[in-house]
Design a protein around this ligand. Structure first.
Ligand SMILES: Nc1ncnc2c1ncn2[C@@H]1O[C@H](COP(=O)(O)OP(=O)(O)O)[C@@H](O)[C@H]1O
Ligand code: SF4
Ligand SMILES: [Mg+2]
Length: 344
């Protein structure tokens, strides 16, 4: 939770990440800034291709070989991760900041029993432990992620587990060293709804039990409603809106957020919303637009929207929106979305 005056545990400032491809340069993340506070679950939401994965893999410098951080800062415990050397990064990865991915099968080694894979992480970062202690710790972690009968499941191979159970193993590996920050990139997207629900519940209770901060990445605002305290909405490699989860659902302050919200099935939010997806498709990041990336799909677009990217405007207490409708000099009256923001 964000406490007044508390300093962030992780602070990303103006992060820019690009790829070199045969088709030219891809500007995937274009000046993203946010703070993460202790104990909070910060949601990063946006359609596929918004730059969520590139942003999060930039934090631990786990980018593919054609990717490069071209600007900005990632402050964590007095270190700038954007510029840190390999040794410093190795000490932080998995230990102080860890990641959970969508597909546990691609991260787990199919030839190694799951107990041994959890132990590998413990051995790498907690050299003071004896082998017996490492084993006990692995069993404790299996219990912590609610895997039944840890003693017998310890020797099982990944293929003997269901998708949900494999994701629990990945979570056990991610929390093995008591990290300060866990980055979960669409951890429930590949799972069916009931299992997704169980994994969200597990992450929520681990956040409370272990006092860690979570960056929870998803394309699904419905999932955000269940787990996040604060939300950042990304589109076209930029942040469109930042607000508390409650504010996002009560009254989105950006037309893109409003569009995402309209596509969430109403039983999730228990609100009378009609289901519709936003017409059009995300921008081509080899030729990123100068102006608001959402302009070609936005029903409120004005001339200025194509010309320049709007700055982050304050849209109330602890909430910000990058939309020209919030500019103080924007004409008043006649726009229902803006009038709702100004008077609501
Ligand atoms: N290895 C890569 N090479 C070139 N472009 C990439 C690479 N990985 C991602 N991108 C591009 O970066 C943009 C953001 O992708 P990504 O972060 O994966 O989106 P999200 O996670 O929000 O779905 C997309 O336009 C995608 O095509
Ligand atoms: S800046 Fe313009 S195009 Fe972008 S969301 Fe706001 S009104 Fe729509
Ligand atoms: Mg992704």
């Amino acid at each position: 939770m964000r406490q007044a005056g508390a300093s962030p545990i992780l602070s990303v400032k103006n992060l820019r990440t690009a790829f070199v491809t045969s088709g030219g340069r891809v500007d995937a993340v274009r000046g993203v800034s946010f703070d993460l506070y202790r104990g909070e679950v910060l949601g990063i939401v946006g359609e596929s291709g918004s730059g969520k994965t590139v942003m999060s893999t930039s934090i631990l410098r786990l980018l593919p070989s054609n990717g490069l951080i071209v600007g900005g800062e990632i402050a964590f415990d007095g270190i700038d991760l954007a510029k840190a050397g390999t040794r410093a990064l190795r000490k932080i990865r998995g230990n102080r900041i860890s990641m959970i991915f969508q597909d546990p099968m691609s991260s787990l080694n199919p030839l190694v029993p799951i107990g041994a894979q959890i132990e590998e992480m413990i051995i790498e970062h907690r050299k003071e432990l004896s082998m017996a202690e490492v084993r006990a710790e692995a069993l404790r972690l299996l219990g912590l992620v609610r895997i039944p009968e840890p003693e017998s499941r310890y020797r099982a191979y990944p293929h003997e587990f269901s998708g949900g159970m494999r994701q629990r193993v990945m979570i056990a590996i991610a929390i093995a060293c008591g990290p300060d920050v866990v980055i979960a990139d669409e951890p429930t997207t590949a799972l069916d709804v009931t299992i997704q629900e169980q994994i969200l519940m597990l992450l929520r209770s681990l956040r409370d039990e272990l006092d860690m901060s979570v960056i929870f990445i998803t394309h699904d605002l419905g999932v955000v409603a269940e787990i996040c305290t604060r939300v950042i909405v990304m589109y076209g490699g930029r942040i469109m809106e930042e607000a508390s989860a409650d504010d996002i659902f009560d009254s989105p302050a950006h037309p893109y957020t409003a569009g995402l919200l309209a596509s969430v099935p109403n039983m999730v939010l228990d609100k009378a919303l009609s289901l519709s997806s936003i017409p059009g498709s995300p921008p081509d990041m080899t030729r990123p637009p100068d102006g608001c990336p959402f302009a070609p799909r936005c029903g409120h677009a004005m001339n200025i929207c194509q010309a320049g990217m709007p700055p982050m405007y304050s849209a109330g207490e602890s909430r910000f929106s990058a939309c020209w409708l919030l500019a103080p000099e924007a004409p008043t009256g006649g726009n229902s979305f803006r009038d709702g923001l100004r008077h609501g």
